[in-house]
Design a protein around this ligand. Structure first.
Ligand SMILES: O=C(O)c1ccccc1NCC(=O)[C@H](O)[C@H](O)COP(=O)(O)O
Length: 220
């Protein structure tokens, strides 16, 4: 089964929408962004989440102590490192954590040779989970821009895929490269705010994919 992550919750009503749609993970952005929230907001959102949905904190080059505090106090279950964090950083963070997991993000540049170098690093990552996103010139993440997923075909470890993913292309992505999980943010918004109907449609479409064939389940 492909896991579903919806990212960039900023309001209590967004939490109500994910509680209804039931993705596997939801993301809280702590990095500078129009979607940035405070630790106090995130704590309240985490309390409002129904059991079974994991919370993911999105960080860009934050101090490891800051990340560890939010994991260790239960605000987030997974620390998503979306900046330039390297293996030393991951080692430091790991030593500070009493619980939780680390997800390292690899941003895929348009240049094929450089993209292959990034994939080599991703294979060696010491993180528990890895995520591939578009290497945008504008922002670290949440760009809504796609990259050419073909490069990930037969990648030798499970990965999450992000970058312009939504209800319209989720089935194609699963059929093409069978990611362990899909992650979406921009496509789930209307006028910069999360849209409950778009969240529902995205989660539903991923759930209709047959895990055996990676194709849409036949109608009953
Ligand atoms: O969402 C942001 O504004 C953001 C800012 C800085 C780092 C990461 C950020 N978002 C992470 C995500 O939402 C997802 O992991 C991913 O980038 C999805 O983006 P999208 O292409 O918008 O679906």
């Amino acid at each position: 089964m492909t896991l579903v992550k919806t990212c960039g919750m900023t309001r209590e009503t967004d939490i109500d929408a994910v509680n209804a749609a039931k993705p596997d993970l939801v993301g809280f952005v702590f990095a500078p962004s129009p979607r940035q929230i405070t630790p106090v907001q995130a704590r309240a959102f985490k309390r409002r989440l129904v059991p079974g949905i994991q919370s993911v904190g999105v960080f860009v080059n934050a101090a490891p102590t800051e990340v560890a505090e939010l994991v260790n106090n239960g605000t987030v279950d997974v620390a998503q490192l979306h900046g330039d964090e390297d293996e030393d950083y991951i080692g430091q963070l790991r030593r500070l954590l009493d619980r939780g997991e680390i997800m390292q993000v690899f941003r895929i540049p348009p240049d094929l040779e450089r993209a292959k170098e990034v994939l080599e690093k991703a294979k060696q990552s010491l993180a528990d989970k890895i995520l591939f996103d578009t290497g945008s010139k504008r922002v670290y993440g949440g760009s809504g821009e796609m990259f050419d997923w073909g490069i990930l075909k037969n990648f030798p470890r499970p990965f999450f895929l992000a970058g312009g993913i939504g209800a319209e292309n989720a089935s194609d992505a699963i059929a093409a490269i069978a990611p362990h999980g899909l992650d979406a943010s921009s496509s789930l918004e209307t006028e910069g705010r999360k849209d409950p109907e778009k969240i529902r449609a995205f989660v539903e479409i991923v759930r209709t994919i047959d895990p055996q064939t990676n194709k849409k389940k036949a109608a009953q």
